[in-house]
Design a protein around this ligand. Sequence first.
Ligand SMILES: [Zn+2]
Length: 342
Amino acid sequence: MCANHTEITPNPSHFEDSEEASQAPAHRDIAWNDYKDLIKGMRFFDPHIHMVSRTTDDYQAMNQAGIVALIEPAFWVGQPRTGLSTFKDYYSSLVGWERFRSSQFGIKHYCTMGLNSREANNEPLAEQVMEILPLYIYKEGVVGVGEIGFDDQTPAEEKYYRLQLELAKEAKLPVQIHTPHRDKKKGTERSMAIALEHGIDPSWVIVDHNNEETVKSVLDQGFYAAFTIYPFTKMGNERMVKVVEQYGPERIMINSAADWGISDPLAIPKTAALMKMRGISDETIRLVTYQNAIDAFGKSGQIDVTDFESGYAVDQTEKFHGNSILRGGQQPAPVKDFLVIN
Ligand SMILES: [Zn+2]
């Protein structure tokens, strides 16, 4: 029954594939469209998604599925950057154009700022990036330092991870940790131990990309445990439901980490629907798909829920530095359910 999908080799965008084998979800053949109504009226907050890599279709679908706000962490863009100015432009887009674009689709946009672990290994460039980071972390809508941590677990990665922990401390911002996909357990433990060593309160740290092997220790030590729902590999949402059944909702949050690779910007609403099907309470679903992320990143002082909790007014004729999302002559908010495009 899964013949359509088994041929696909996932492109391991975040960052490399792990030792974990692909697991065929048991209910791959359930159509999302048939279950959308289960989550009608629910609101979702995606605390990890890379919108610069996504399309307007994604924004529209997310808005229609109930996503009212999101956090876009600064990350690796798929190929190494060659100079400081591309970092600058990228960071500026996270607090500028991308935030504007998101607002035009009714979604409140926040971001975290940081030097990703992979590019920490280019030390001459990393040095320069560290110099400009303080110019960005204090900007409006920046809710944390992230995503930072380990990829290959090299000495350079550790060096810049530590420096950025200090930056977060100084700026009184939460920390969003990317845990490595290879040697995950070791990398996760090491990331937490170093954060504690720097005197950071674990309730200010969101440890991301957890799985069944890491979650217990993360929660036991007082950190937030974020889970990325990956299509076809790693943490699918069937597994996520089981994690929530086992551990309950406290300090657990779900994200899509959708980016330029095979990923699903609707991972949160879909997982909420699956949880609902499996009899998980509405309150638990609300905590892991909305409230816990707000509590964790809200420590930045940058999140005001009145901005998005009862919807978000959209005027698609607005402009950002003279540029709008409407191409020449377009009318705002095209309806996508019709066959004829005009
Ligand atoms: Zn990411």
